[in-house]
Design a protein around this ligand. Structure first.
Ligand code: ATP
Length: 238
């Protein structure tokens, strides 16, 4: 069996009096795609932001490759090997595509490795190579999502956190983004995927967790959840 890369244990996160995440436990093994699905406000983004150090837990533990993340700052968590692609991409508009990619590697000291990875990103995302000198703001939504993913990969993470990568994209890009996630995973990247698009997310995921009101309600393989009548009714349009 593959080894555990991330273990979230009885995590609770509050915004003041609002208990956004309650006693959530889940784990991810090396090489898996794990997805968290659930309606708006279920707590998915809050969990991701807590793993990446942008929010602090009220309770519980987050252990990444044997190391507790709860007390680390966000840059230290990136340095440990966790990169997040934030909701809404958050690319640096006003900088070129290439500069955005360079910023993804800002913690790395291995210049040669960074250059090599830049070439690898240009190979994987030819559109980014074509547009490398262009202001990132001029890219379409789908291209910006590719840039955000490539930027996160430039940090050479061991775990990639994706927050709603298909949100707001034209249908042709949605399929492409899911295909890219699948192929990045095939090459060995472990992925935690948060999605409103539950059908697509479950169909590429090894395992999924269904969240509602800040709690885990159900878990299973992607396929089992896709076939589950309650999941179908609540999240897959019947
Ligand atoms: P979405 O898909 O809409 O992002 P989500 O499942 O990711 O939904 P969260 O964004 O994690 O859900 O929100 C969980 C709960 O926390 C919701 O009740 C939300 O209203 C609340 N919440 C989120 N951010 C804040 C904030 N900055 N301040 C106060 N409450 C918040």
């Amino acid at each position: 069996m593959s080894k555990e890369i991330l273990e979230v244990d009885q995590l609770s996160v509050n915004y003041g009096a609002i208990k956004a995440v309650r006693d959530v436990s889940f784990d991810i093994k090396e090489g898996e795609i794990v997805t968290l699905i659930g309606a708006n406000g279920a707590g998915k983004s809050t969990i991701l932001k807590t793993i990446s150090g942008l929010l602090k837990p009220a309770n519980g533990e987050i252990v990444f490759l044997g190391q507790s993340l709860a007390k680390l700052t966000a840059p230290k968590i990136v340095a440990a090997g966790v990169s997040q692609v934030p909701e809404g991409r958050r690319i640096f508009a006003g900088m070129t595509v290439k500069e955005n990619l360079q910023l993804g590697a800002y913690l790395r000291k291995d210049k040669d490795g960074v250059e090599k990875d830049m070439e690898a990103m240009f190979k994987r995302f030819p559109i980014l190579k074509e547009r490398q000198k262009q202001d990132a703001a001029t890219l379409s939504g789908g291209e910006q999502q590719m840039l955000a993913m490539a930027r996160a990969l430039m940090a050479r993470p061991k775990l990639l956190l994706l927050d709603e990568p298909s949100m707001g994209l034209a249908p042709i890009y949605i399929q492409e983004i899911f295909d890219i996630i699948k192929s990045i995973n095939k090459e060995g990247m472990t992925v935690l995927l948060i999605e409103q698009n539950a059908r697509q997310a479950l169909s590429i995921a090894n395992r999924g967790y269904v969240l509602a009101s800040g709690e885990v309600k159900m878990t299973g393989t992607g396929q089992d959840l896709l076939n589950d009548p309650a999941v179908q009714k609540a999240y897959l349009g019947g």
